[in-house]
Write a protein that binds this ligand. Structure first.
Ligand code: OGA
Ligand code: MN
Length: 284
């Protein structure tokens, strides 16, 4: 039986309705899922009450997994393939490092030389209301630009930084540590998707300037591209339920965690990150 898909929004996303990702899956069946992943850019699997090992195992079907050496503080101590995105305070009572992870529009690991192919985020615990994530389709964002704008941005590289230091008050020390691990990386603003061959916009709110240009010069165009890419018609807004897994293609989407919930309630997500193909270069 072929998989059953239900579209999640006009722009992107599909739910795979009858999947149990903890069960062994034939090559053919996974092939259908992967085809749907390329076609719809994000996939939702509901009711996946699985272990960390099963999450990792299913994620490996998409490709080799990142062990998160670029984000050593955020990974699970026993499972480096799992990144914790949680607002649960540390044992000492200090706020979690990942409390504000993803609160700006971004594509995962764009600040590294091997930006991610895709991520699989599992909802372990979600507040009563809110804690949503928004996704946007960067193929549509690119394709809907004028020819003039496409020409203007064709050769530009945006400089990507890690972290959320604008919104989290990281200590100077932590900031320096992260800069050592992941120096800024320039990425093409227009990326050709290695599997579909389609062009997608590749930008984000953590991009501060274009290579070879000043921040002042770059700011208006970055702001325009981000605003354009996140127009409501390009978006799917996911309302999480416990045991949802959302898999997204980082090469043709951006996403953002919304702070639309009661911060005293627990929001705990676990992510695996599939390695992509090399892209970009380090800037001094
Ligand atoms: C991520 C991320 C968003 C969220 O895990 O990569 O950006 O809503 N998370 O938790
Ligand atoms: Mn993210």
């Amino acid at each position: 039986m072929p998989i059953t898909l239900r579209k999640l929004s006009h722009a992107l996303g599909a739910e795979v309705c009858d999947a149990d990702v903890s069960k062994p899956m034939s090559e053919q069946r996974f092939g259908e899922i992967y085809r749907a992943f390329l076609d719809h850019n994000i996939l939702l699997f509901r009711n996946q009450d699985i272990t960390r090992e099963q999450h990792i195992e299913f994620s490996r079907r998409f490709g080799e997994l990142d062990r998160h050496d670029a984000l050593p503080r955020d990974r699970h101590p026993d499972h480096p393939e799992i990144l914790l995105v949680t607002n649960e305070p540390k044992p000492g009572g200090q706020p979690a490092d990942t409390k504000y992870t993803g609160r700006q529009w971004h594509s995962d690991m764009s600040f590294t030389l091997v930006p991610s192919l895709g991520s699989l985020l599992r909802c372990v615990s979600i507040p009563d209301v809110g804690g949503d994530t928004m996704f946007t389709n960067m193929y549509l964002a690119y394709e809907s630009l004028s020819d003039g704008m496409k020409k203007l941005i064709a050769e530009l590289h945006g400089i990507h930084f890690s972290g959320t230091r604008k919104i989290v008050d990281l200590s100077k020390e932590r900031e320096e540590e992260q800069k050592r691990i992941t120096p800024p990386v320039a990425q093409p603003v227009v990326r050709v998707h290695p599997e579909t061959g389609r062009k997608a916009l590749y930008i984000g709110e953590k991009v501060k300037r274009f290579d070879g240009m000043t921040e002042d010069e770059s700011r208006p165009l970055i702001a325009f591209l981000c605003r354009h890419a996140t127009r409501p018609e390009f978006i799917y807004r996911h309302q999480w339920r416990k045991n949802d897994i959302v898999a997204w293609d980082n090469r043709c989407t951006m996403h953002m965690a919304l702070g639309d919930f009661d911060e005293t309630q627990r929001r705990h997500m676990e992510r695996t990150t599939v390695l992509g193909t090399p892209s970009g270069y380090v800037v001094a």
